[in-house]
Design a protein around this ligand. Structure first.
Ligand code: TRP
Length: 330
């Protein structure tokens, strides 16, 4: 039996290598073996992006990214979250079974509260209710499709655990209804370093956008921080951002050769050149497809609408069952 693998990406910024390596690539690998349900989490994005043009561009951008990187809409369910009203109905239902305390403990919310406290602001400053109840909507995304596996970045583990919690609470009260989902995190390189060696993250301004044009890409790679070892001096591959990124784009054989070259003192300029070649080789075709979809948005609309149809058909029976169990539906 194939497992249902579900994941979403919220349209809040340009996709960078950290997103790609940490979440999208492993998700696509899983998709090839299981039943994928992948979507654009636009209503999650609304907690942050509140400008119409930006929302449109970023949402299409996420959709185009999934397709450019190889998600096949004919063998998956691929949709825009906002096109599936069943998710929001379930979200309200789950909200009524979520304790407020559980939401108070969610990392994303807590981080803001802690920061507000430190800076002497009102503790809930800058927190909208969408952000506060974010984990409930995410639980709804996950549970409505009886997901077995949820590939996510490390920062999202707690959200999947909350989904499990809510499923379990509901099941105890109303009998077996929801599957309890498991998260999947890519361990070996769970933290992808950015240009400055810290975790690649939008908030550190150290990202490499995945569909950057070759010339810009080269320039960014040249900015990657390295240590001061000279050419011919041995370099530690396991302490190098250049190597960490290289291993994600080269074959196993190439990676082990590069490991030797590091130990034999490859120059940083040369190592960066090799990284660029490897990356460009993998990303050239997706970059072209991405551009194509961004210039043909009506095609994206068509693909997403078809996906929403499949998603709704799959979601309706479970939502009906839930509504019957809670006495909202006869
Ligand atoms: N919260 C996720 C993120 O920020 C995006 C997301 C929304 C998601 N709904 C989901 C991920 C359901 C997995 C499953 O990355």
């Amino acid at each position: 039996m194939k497992k249902t693998v579900l994941t979403g990406i919220k349209p809040t910024g340009r996709i960078h290598l950290g997103n790609y390596i940490g979440a999208i690539k492993p998700a696509l690998e899983l998709a090839a073996e299981e039943d994928p349900v992948y979507f654009v989490a636009d209503y999650h994005g609304l907690t942050k992006i509140q400008d119409a043009e930006q929302m449109k561009d970023l949402s299409y951008g996420i959709a185009a990214t999934w397709l450019a990187l190889g998600l096949d809409p004919s063998t998956s369910i691929f949709y825009r979250q906002s096109d599936v009203p069943e998710i929001f109905e379930l979200s309200w239902i789950l909200a009524c079974f979520s304790s407020k305390g559980l939401m108070n403990r969610a990392h994303a919310y807590k981080a803001i509260v802690d920061q507000n406290r430190e800076t002497g602001r009102e503790i809930d400053d800058g927190v909208n209710m969408g952000l506060f109840t974010y984990p409930i909507l995410m639980a709804s995304d996950i549970l409505l499709f009886q997901s077995d596996l949820v590939p996510v970045g490390k920062d999202q583990i707690q959200h999947v655990e909350i989904a499990r919690d809510l499923a379990d609470t509901f099941n105890r009260q109303f009998g077996e209804t929801f599957k309890l989902p498991d998260y999947v995190v890519k361990e070996e390189s769970a933290v992808i370093p950015g240009l400055d060696g810290r975790k690649m993250s939008k908030s550190y301004h150290n990202t490499i956008p995945i569909f950057e044009e070759p010339e810009k890409l080269k320039k960014l790679i040249n900015k990657i921080k390295t240590d001061s070892t000279k050419p011919h001096e041995a370099k530690d591959p396991d302490d190098s951002t250049v190597f960490a990124l290289y291993r994600e784009f080269a074959s196993q054989d190439e990676v082990s050769k590069m490991r030797d070259r590091f130990e034999n003192g490859i120059g940083w300029g040369e190592a960066k050149k090799e990284l660029f070649e490897a990356m460009n080789h993998v990303l050239e075709e997706p970059r072209r497809k991405y551009k194509y979809y961004m210039e043909n948005r009506e095609e994206l609309d068509r693909i997403l609408a078809e996906g929403a149809g499949k998603a709704r058909a799959k979601a309706k029976p479970l939502l009906n069952e839930v509504k019957q169990k809670i006495g909202i539906k006869a």
